[in-house]
Write a protein that binds this ligand. Structure first.
Ligand code: XLS
Ligand code: NI
Ligand code: NI
Length: 448
């Protein structure tokens, strides 16, 4: 393939000889084997339509700065169709095998749902054709149930039954598109599902409605034979003051309470984790140990800015932690991937920056995979955990784990134990050395 619509050559692997090259991969090699699988199969990178092809690089106080090669096209439908070609050229040039979109990312909205659906179908025809030509796969699609003023009080949790019905109708068509395009997953992000003020909110009724909405989605998927994995994407706030799917733990509690936990898993996002007061690793770990890891929105937050800035992931420490969890799980959920729900900074406004930003994200995750794989290979963290909880492997500790201990049996073990002996039973964690060792793994694994 030569230069494409974007005027950029296919992104090559350049290794680490020229560490400053911005249009080449330093670590990501699709077919390189790591821990028994190719990098491509571990990472399953996806490009997000909304950020890459619609986003104008605005921030809450600033207009868009983006310069894109299709900016001169003014007719909305013509632009929508042209963007599909630009998008597929982008995927191919970058070498990312998956893409993701919201219904309203790809086609202009009409005045009625019927008109919007017709617009959507025209663009989906083009997407389907380009998928056949290129072999590109849809990691997930979703419906945008948050931008329009009709959703200002929520979609599935709106106090208006009419708006609830509209959201249901919109979702129905999105599920049909998921089936048509062979989506691996289908995502529900409830940006407006929550409340601004609890005094005027019937929390119980809104949660019930949200669950009904999800049950209807499961039923319709069965009806049309859609086998995509359903995912909830937690976020604590923004744009809504309090969002119901606050974090992984809250979303899992909701799914269990409404008997939806067999049909849904989670799509976790780095910046959302931070907004909830967690690390990305915390969210991935929480989902992993519950068997609920579905997919990942690979971005990162900023310690100093309080909103969802959707920065491309570059923090090697964080990508290492996330990939350590993914390796421990044997993969990113049954059918998940790493979707770059991320945008370049406002000051990185050229079309080329869009490539550069994705390359950084792909390299950061490829490098994180390499480091985490080495740590697993050595059983480094596994060994630390084994030692730390060893007292539960034998004696009365093992009885607790077997479910055999009682308050009385345990009291008998410690009734006369001197205070210092209890402290001594703990041992030092040498936490600083642990962190230093992780640093050493990073330097060593990437040098090999
Ligand atoms: C917004 C969300 C959104 C979802 C898809 O913060 O991350 O982009 O991923 O609706
Ligand atoms: Ni987000
Ligand atoms: Ni997201």
């Amino acid at each position: 393939m030569s230069k494409n619509l974007w005027g950029i050559d296919p992104i090559p692997f350049v290794g680490t000889d020229d560490v400053r090259e911005g249009l080449g991969f330093h670590y990501y090699q699709a077919d390189r084997q790591v821990a028994g699988k190719s990098m491509k199969d571990w990472l399953r990178f996806a490009v997000a339509y909304w950020h890459s092809f619609d986003q104008r690089l605005v921030d809450p106080f600033g207009d868009g700065t983006a310069q894109r090669p299709y900016d001169a096209i003014t007719d909305p439908m013509e632009l929508a169709l042209a963007k599909v070609d630009y998008a597929f050229d982008f995927y191919q040039t970058l070498g990312a095998p998956f893409f993701c979109f919201h219904d309203r990312d790809i086609a202009p909205e009409g005045d009625t749902l019927r008109e919007s659906n017709a617009n959507l179908d025209r663009v989906v025809d083009r997407i389907e054709q380009r998928q056949h030509e290129t072999g590109m796969k849809l990691l997930w699609n979703t419906s945008n149930l948050f931008n329009s003023p009709r959703f200002l009080k929520g979609a599935a949790t709106s106090p208006s039954a009419k708006v609830f019905a509209y959201a249901a109708g919109q979702l129905k068509h999105s599920l049909e598109i998921a089936k048509r395009l062979g989506a691996e997953n289908y995502v529900f992000w409830g940006g407006r599902e929550g409340y601004e003020n609890l005094w005027n909110t019937d929390l119980k009724r809104e949660r019930d409605h949200q669950a009904r909405f999800f049950h209807m989605a499961v039923d319709y998927a069965h009806e049309i034979g859609l086998d995509a994995q359903f995912l909830i994407e937690p976020k604590p706030k923004e744009p809504t003051t309090h969002q119901y799917d606050f974090d992984a733990a809250t979303a899992m509690e909701f799914l269990r309470a409404y008997d939806l936990d067999k049909d849904f898993k989670l799509n976790l996002e780095g910046n959302h984790a931070n907004l909830a007061g967690h690390t990305f690793q915390h969210e991935v770990r929480s989902a992993r140990i519950a068997g609920m890891l579905g997919s990942l929105d690979a971005n990162q937050g900023d310690k100093l800015i309080g909103w969802d800035i959707d920065e491309f992931p570059s923090d090697l420490y964080e990508t290492t932690a996330v990939m350590w969890e993914v390796l421990a799980a044997g993969g990113i959920g049954p059918r998940g991937g790493l979707n770059f729900d991320a945008k370049p900074r406002r000051s990185s406004f050229t079309a080329e920056d869009l490539f550069r930003a994705h390359i950084v994200g792909m390299d950061a995750y490829a490098a994180g995979l390499m480091v985490a794989a080495k740590m697993h290979e050595d059983g480094f963290i596994e060994g630390i955990l084994k030692d730390r909880y060893a007292s539960f492997d034998a004696g009365f500790g093992a009885e607790v784990d077997r479910g055999a201990g009682t308050l009385a049996s345990l009291e008998a073990e410690v009734l006369d134990t001197p205070a210092q002996e209890l402290v001594n039973s703990l041992g030092s964690d040498h936490l600083e050395s642990l962190k230093a060792t992780i640093n050493n793994y990073m330097i060593k694994a990437l040098a090999e």
